[in-house]
Design a protein around this ligand. Structure first.
Ligand SMILES: [Zn+2]
Length: 246
């Protein structure tokens, strides 16, 4: 492997990346940790999800960029399948270190919160997703949209609330790219982008969601996004609304 050459990539980096891949596959944690940026070890460990029973690694590519970094792709193979990791390398004081790592392709996280709340107020929203619709809470009495759902209309105090379907198209009101593993469920999905989407079809109420295909995406406030309903992972689960840049 180390005989491989990649245009524009220093030979010593090729050697380091190849050795890193072999160390990951061998479970040589001391060597792997020494390759990580010291200030990011915790984040980097949770950034990628390796296959079960990992036993071998193959360096697929290294190329210059973005910026001062170099991007490497390594395929790890185990008894439970394979996974490709993209790592990014930086030279700090003459040492090549990993500064980013993630599974490719980019997959968004799914958390255990993707279900109706315990008080059941938002249950019609989740049932709507099962029917392939985005449903939001609306008061027909004063034509007010409410999100998050409430037991009574905040405008006229009516309890006669309805759940009409809304076109899942909106604009990004705010967004953030998350690099930290705040829960174990996001391992293998870092970084991911969360958007707050303003819905013109629902009185400009704002709803929170993941952005699809967000890896390296140029996300901007005001950009138009379209909702896509991801099927439930199992018969008892719920579909999930995610967003994609138009
Ligand atoms: Zn009302």
């Amino acid at each position: 492997m180390s005989a491989k050459e990649f245009p524009g990539v220093p030979a010593d980096l090729v050697e380091v990346v190849d050795r890193h891949g072999q160390a990951v596959a061998a479970g040589d944690n001391a060597t792997v940790l020494a390759d990580f940026r010291k200030d990011r070890i915790g984040q980097l460990l949770a950034s990628a999800r390796p296959p079960e029973g990992m036993h071998s690694a193959e360096l697929l590519s290294i190329e210059p960029g973005p910026g001062e970094l170099y991007s490497a792709h390594i395929r790890y193979t185990g008894t439970g399948g394979e996974a490709v990791f993209r790592s990014r390398w930086i030279n700090l004081d003459g040492t090549w270190l990993v500064t980013q790592v993630r599974n490719v392709p980019d997959t968004p996280p799914r958390t255990s919160m993707a279900r109706p709340s315990d008080d059941g107020l938002d249950a019609p929203h989740w049932e709507g997703l099962r029917q392939g619709e985005l449903r939001m809470q609306h008061c027909p009495g004063c034509d007010r949209w409410t999100w998050s759902p409430r037991p009574i209309c905040p405008g006229c105090h009516s309890t006669e609330l309805e759940w009409p379907a809304v076109e899942p198209i909106g604009t990004i009101f705010s967004w953030t790219r998350t690099w930290q593993p705040f829960s174990p469920e996001v391992t293998g999905h870092l970084p991911y982008v969360v958007v707050v989407v303003e819905l013109p079809g629902a009185g400009n109420r704002r709803i929170l969601g993941d952005l699809l295909d967000a890896d390296g995406a140029d996300v901007r406030i005001g950009a138009t996004v379209k909702g896509e309903i991801e099927p439930a992972p199992d018969p008892d689960g719920y579909p999930l609304l995610r967003w994609r840049l138009v």
